[in-house]
Design a protein around this ligand. Structure first.
Ligand code: NDP
Length: 400
């Protein structure tokens, strides 16, 4: 008997909502709250009568702590699932503290005016969450999220120490547009146009954007170009996994995506510096978001598969071990099930499972945590049960 307050009504939220409604034994009630209430009402209309979960909706500006506190006090949820934007993480955490409510998100905070995401802002809440006796789970989508659980599972079952982790995120999907992003365009473009980085011997090594390229042959997808990016889970895994010497993150991009991105960058369209346009201040990247396809609309058009996982190299009983754990997810299967493409699906399913872990007491500790700090086993079972089954390979091709 638990109630979740889901904040946001975009692509990822749609999957969280569907999955909570499939898991009515745990989520007996949900309240969907977002900036645009009509989007929340649409989900309620679609699902009501098809689920035992009771659904309510509300309007909220998640930048406003007083509005959030009022909503939480009225709805009295057992957990808040934040699937709005990373800009709202701190205000929602503040409201959770004030109301003593558990918290979960899928992306770490970044200030709107500096495209730099890191955990320091949210880790700073640790003591206050401990004192309040509430749990915050950070970054519980696929990457970050499942990639952290995969690493913790590898550590628990197959390694004494993991020295190298390569996280490979492949999207072999095709939506038929010359250029579109698979999740919020503003957040996505900020991420991929930033400098790349990885951790080696305890230090960050910075690269130019897309400077390091590799080719990898992905199971069920085929050969793809992939590029080294900075990614948030590197920061927490380097601390939480024993013996790490190097940890890197690679994401696949097609040539058309990169050519369009370069052109948009060259003309200044990806800038987050405000400019004056006909007497009004606009941010070029926010304007670009307004003209690009809404990621939530890509579902029916996207075909192909994603393949995301971790290659771990290390030692067990003094012997070298290589281990690759990954999930393959089919865009059209996701669309048939919940009306979304696989990028939203692979993010929303883990968010629901993470919330279930907290609500059922399996991941309930006071404080602020990354997913790899908990027992991975019940979460790994949840992935198999709720639509993201994983595969293991003990002789993977390694990335040089
Ligand atoms: P969308 O842009 O589709 O949805 C964001 C939602 O948040 C919209 O409904 C939007 O409202 C709402 N929102 C924005 N600002 C506010 C506000 N101030 N108050 C209330 N609601 C607000 O994004 P996605 O669903 O694609 O992504 C959601 C999150 O998931 C992002 O944080 C993203 O970084 C993260 N993500 C994580 C991944 C992972 O693997 N860990 C992968 C992909 C995404 P409105 O409809 O009015 O605009």
């Amino acid at each position: 008997m638990s109630k979740a307050l889901i904040i946001g009504a975009g692509g990822v939220a749609g999957v969280v909502i569907h999955k909570c409604c499939q898991n009515s034994e745990v989520f007996t009630e949900i309240c969907i709250a977002s900036r645009t209430k009509s989007k929340c009402d649409k989900f309620k209309e679609e699902l009501e009568g098809k689920t035992a979960t009771k659904i309510t909706t509300a309007q909220v500006d998640a930048n406003s702590v007083p509005q959030l506190v009022e909503l939480i006090n009225k709805e009295k949820p057992d957990i808040v699932i934040n699937v709005a934007l990373p800009y709202q993480d701190l205000t929602i955490m503040d409201a959770c503290l004030e109301t003593k409510t558990d918290y979960l998100d899928t992306a770490n905070y970044e200030p709107e005016d500096t495209a730099k995401f890191e955990y320091k802002w949210q880790w700073a809440y640790k003591e206050r969450f401990e004192k309040a006796g509430i749990t915050a789970i950070l970054g519980c989508g696929f990457d970050p999220g499942v990639t952290g659980v995969f690493s913790a599972y590898a550590q628990k079952h197959y390694f004494d120490e993991i020295n190298y982790i390569d996280i490979l995120d492949c999207n072999g999907g095709d939506h038929g547009y010359p250029f579109a992003t698979n999740f919020n365009p503003e957040i996505n473009i900020r991420e991929v146009s930033a400098k790349g980085s990885y951790i080696e011997d305890g230090k960050w090594v910075e690269t130019e954007p897309m400077e390091i390229k590799r080719v990898y042959n992905f199971d069920e997808v085929g050969e793809k170009d992939m590029y080294l990016l900075h990614h948030e889970e590197l920061e927490s895994l380097a601390i939480n996994i024993k013996g790490i010497k190097r940890i890197r993150f690679f994401m696949t991009f097609g040539q058309s995506y990169l050519t369009h991105l370069k052109c948009l960058e060259n003309v200044g369209m990806t800038s987050i510096e405000p400019i004056m346009y006909e007497g009004k201040e606009i941010v070029p990247l926010q304007f670009l978001k307004a003209v690009l396809p809404d990621p939530a609309s890509l579902g029916p058009r996207t075909v192909g598969k994603t393949n995301i996982g971790c290659i771990c190299q290390g030692k067990k009983d003094g012997k070298p071990v290589n281990y690759y754990v990954y999930n393959v997810c089919d865009h059209q299967e996701c669309y048939k099930e919940v009306g979304s493409q696989a990028v939203s699906y692979t993010t929303g399913v883990p968010a629901m499972i993470g919330a279930e872990m907290v609500l059922t007491g399996k991941w309930k500790k006071s404080g602020v945590y990354n997913v790899e700090e908990f027992d991975p086993d019940p979460f790994m079972e949840g992935l198999n049960k709720w639509g993201l089954p994983w595969k293991e390979n003990f002789d993977p091709v390694l990335v040089d």
